[in-house]
Design a protein around this ligand. Structure first.
Ligand SMILES: *Cc1c(COP(=O)(O)O)cnc(C)c1O
Length: 406
């Protein structure tokens, strides 16, 4: 067997072993990655790909960023976990730097995005009972259709996606759904027991759905008027992805609770946080919420470095500039079978018409040309490369789409 044949059989064996032992809750592309650097990843056959998913925007800073790596290595050799029963010397500077950067007053650190969402739901409900005066057990939270906020039972219970929620009930009560992008529907839905409105500034998993201009601003006004907490889930849109630190900045709004995760660690470690710009967070007292790993020194050190390189290395401005170039380039090569090219910053989608043969086929063609992207739902290809993408790489992506679109 020559080297190439041997390598091929290695890829196949990884895939077979996964299939044999693993739960089949994902359907990944058949590529087995072994190394990443900047915008590129390599598979076990030695093929190089430009990563246009960035682990669902967790790797905004690029793969294995050397400065985040150095911070992680240094902290890993010093102290990794204390639990919050004791204090650690990374937590305070993490709080301070994150609050300064995001103009927040309070931080509650967690690990996964779903945990940050759950935390916000708990805080909002408690605020509703203790501050707003909602009768016990009656708090209501409004969510948007086609939302994606994670995979816990409470969260999938207010999903409108049958795949996400089917078979997992019974679900927690107290949630009400309104169409995404429809501020009038939000106003109609707000009642005396409404404590919060939870929404993504741009819906990522739904296929990069950008709401009508002014929607977030109206939502902010309605929440203020009716004494309702605005919770923005910026776990995917945040930390530079849309060309601003937070996507809320595009409409000049400030949420009461902002959720970040994913790129908060540059992909090194699960780190999420609930940011608060009001007194909402003060409803939590010792013992009422927590996490063994939340706020651990390794996570804090990694997140500090991840935020530092994001701003110091101009990644947010780069996302805005290169994102415009990439979007324009994609629009220029769109075929009649493309329904729409849309996006903000480096959060871009190419949506095909329903009769164009599906997005999966395009992703497989792109894979063959050295570009990794993932379809969202059946007809949309999301393009979300690391924010360090160069002009030349953006133009190269456009060329690969030109060659792969139906
Ligand atoms: C990914 C994501 C989550 C969930 O994050 P996990 O770390 O996977 O739990 C929540 N909200 C949005 C908008 C996301 O994109």
């Amino acid at each position: 067997m020559n080297d190439i044949a041997l390598q091929r059989s290695l890829t196949a064996r990884f895939i077979e072993t996964e299939a044999q032992y693993g739960a089949k809750n994902y359907k990944p592309l058949d590529v087995v990655l072994t190394r990443g650097e900047g915008t590129y990843v390599w598979d076990v056959d030695g093929n190089r790909y430009l990563d246009c998913l960035s682990a669902y925007s967790a790797v905004n800073q690029g793969h294995c960023h050397p400065k985040i790596l150095a911070a992680m290595m240094e902290q890993a050799g010093k102290l990794t976990l204390t639990s919050r029963a004791f204090r650690n010397d990374q937590l305070a500077p993490f709080y301070e730097e994150l609050c300064a950067l995001t103009n927040s007053h309070k931080v509650l650190p967690m690990n996964s995005g779903a945990e940050a969402v759950e935390t916000a739901l708990k805080v909002a409900r408690k605020w509703g009972y203790e501050v707003k005066g909602v009768p016990e057990g009656q708090a209501e939270i409004i969510v948007a259709s086609d939302n994606f906020h994670g995979r816990t039972v409470a969260i999938v219970g207010f999903s409108s996606d049958p795949q996400s929620r089917g078979g997992f009930g019974p679900f927690a009560p107290g949630f009400k759904m309104v169409p995404f992008g429809d501020a009038d529907a939000l106003e109609d839905a707000i009642g005396p027991n409404t404590v919060a409105f939870l929404v993504e500034p741009i819906q990522g998993e739904a296929g990069v759905i950008i709401p009508p201009a002014g929607y977030l601003k109206r939502a902010r006004e309605l929440c203020t008027k009716h004494n309702v907490i605005l919770i923005l889930d910026e776990i995917q849109t945040g930390l530079g992805r849309t060309g601003r630190l937070l996507a809320e900045e595009h409409e000049g709004v400030e949420a009461d609770l902002t959720l970040i995760g994913k790129a908060l660690s540059g992909g090194f470690y699960p780190v999420s946080a609930v940011l608060s710009n009001s007194e909402v967070m003060s409803v939590l007292h010792p013992g009422e919420h927590g996490s063994t790993f939340g706020g651990n020194p390794l996570a804090c050190a990694v997140a500090r470095a991840a935020l530092k390189v994001l701003t110091e290395e101009g990644m947010i401005e780069n996302a805005a500039r290169v994102g415009e170039r990439l979007k324009a380039g994609l629009a220029a090569v769109a075929t009649p079978r493309v329904k729409e090219v849309r996006g903000r910053g480096l959060m871009i989608a190419v949506e095909l018409h329903a009769d164009a043969g599906g997005a999966r086929r395009v992703c497989e063609a792109l894979q063959g040309r050295g570009l990794l992207a993932k379809e969202t739902h059946d007809h949309t290809i999301r393009i979300a490369p690391p924010l360090i993408l160069t002009d030349a790489q953006a133009d190269w992506i456009v060329d690969q789409f030109a060659a792969s679109l139906p």
